[in-house]
Design a binder for this molecule. Sequence first.
Ligand code: PEP
Ligand code: MG
Length: 586
Amino acid sequence: MPQIKKEVILFGIPGSPGIAHGTVFRFLHQDVEVPSYQINESERESELDRFKTAVDITRDQITEIRKAVSSNLGEKEAGIFDAHLLVLEDQALFDDINKEIQDSGDNIEQCVFRVTKRYHDYFNQLEDEYLRERAADLKDISKRLLRNLIGETGAGTAFLEEPRILASEDLSPSDTASLDRNKILGIATDTGGRTGHAVIMARASGVPAVVGLRGLIEQLSDSDTLLIDGFEGVAIINPSETTLFRYGKVDLQRKKLTDLLIGESELPAETKDGTKIRFLVNADSSREVIQGLENNCEGVGLFRTESTFLRKNEIPTEDQQVDDYLSLVCAANGKPVTIRTLDLGGDKILDSIGREKEENPFMGFRAIRYCLRHPAIFLDQLRAILRVSAHGPVHIMFPMISGVGEIIRAKEFLTKAKSELQERGIDFDHGIKVGCMIETPSAVTISDMLADEVDFFSVGTNDLVQYLLAVDRINNEISYLYEPHHPAVIRAIEQIARVSKEKNIEVTLCGEIAGDPHFLPLLIGLGVDALSATSTMLPELKFFGRRFTMAEVHELRSKIMEMRRPSEIKECLKSFYEERVSELII
Ligand code: PEP
Ligand code: MG
């Protein structure tokens, strides 16, 4: 009789809504531990044979990944894997590994590790940027070769035969960018918070996710099944029949809601008494823009340019960026697109720029701070954004502004980029609208001063919450303190919206709470002009928006402004939602 595995329930943080159930795929992306031992002379041939087999497996894997990336992201992105394939064909590398094994008498893993590291270190110190980038290719290839020699499953999902639940200690945004989404039913991680960028990407692709599940990985083996509940933040290892039945019912309710959303998809986005609600989409790719338009959004409120940089794992040239942004603007089909300048740093690390590790990355060398210190990178990007502004309505937005000086300097760069284009005789929108993110406490306090420098604000609550409450957004030890319902956050949004009205500029909110239906009436009540959310959440936002009046919104706002505890505010917003939606789906 087959042995029934014990059910284990773990509680974490809801990352992306949805329920998923399937076999586990343990995703290992940490550095490979390289075994070290001496071999006899007679074993050298067989060690080299093992190497040749690992090269064949690696070549097959990369070819598969290349194919998947080509169909998911395009042929241009897939081209980066050609460099990997070329490394595998390099005779000099084979000769050096052969020599290393003869000279040292060490096992093949050690020899591969040492030789590839020598190559990597050599390329990494070269002046030529192109050759330095080859160092990152070598590192990737060497890790993959070593994993295949050792028999570990490494990064990458393209080789999975059937979709699985990906379980990992943590997941970086670049890991997430390289996943084949057709092979992933859901994501469960030991660490992470609700607004980490990997989670934001999962939400955008509609993949259910639960994060902050401490101890998950050490309890899992590859043959286990896992059920994840991305609404409540629960993961269940080897769920029993009863559990599966219970979750089947929850799934059914969600399906009922989905049917209702489809039924109302052509209705306008407005409150019950006809006040228009403006929804925009947060997009990382043209696919998400199209998805947003299908859900009737009015444009792109936030395009995180660093996503394309992370997907390529390099800093694209001005021309490459023009191609990327142009495809976005074309997908938006005449609707406005807000392109945010590079926001690298924090949890968005680009290996290829080889930066020093920081003690406090979220408070560190991030976003506009990085751009102002790297004029060549910044100007390339500004020129690229300006160039696409000739092809459709484009706005430009600067992230993580903490003082007026930064916005003034950023605008000076913009002026320089404009005159460079003018000298080159290239067309652009001379009156391009410029905005800034409000995501630091100082930006809130001086929002009146910032408003004199820009055409619009966009509130980034993902960061604002972490900086206002001094709670790292991806540290699950303190995730219970990461509280967007905190009165300090609500007062800050109220202040920004009030100042924007006084200064007659538009304010959008593009943090993750914009996609949380429970927050919708409050944000409208606080005076936010437009909400920019993940495309997958737009239908539910609109559906709910059509179920309350502005009088109810104002009443709710007054009630909430009096409340002192986040839990009380959270409960109040939840009841307001459930009173209007729950009975429709029971
Ligand atoms: C935010 O901070 O709310 C935001 C939208 O920016 P990001 O999540 O990219 O930091
Ligand atoms: Mg931010």
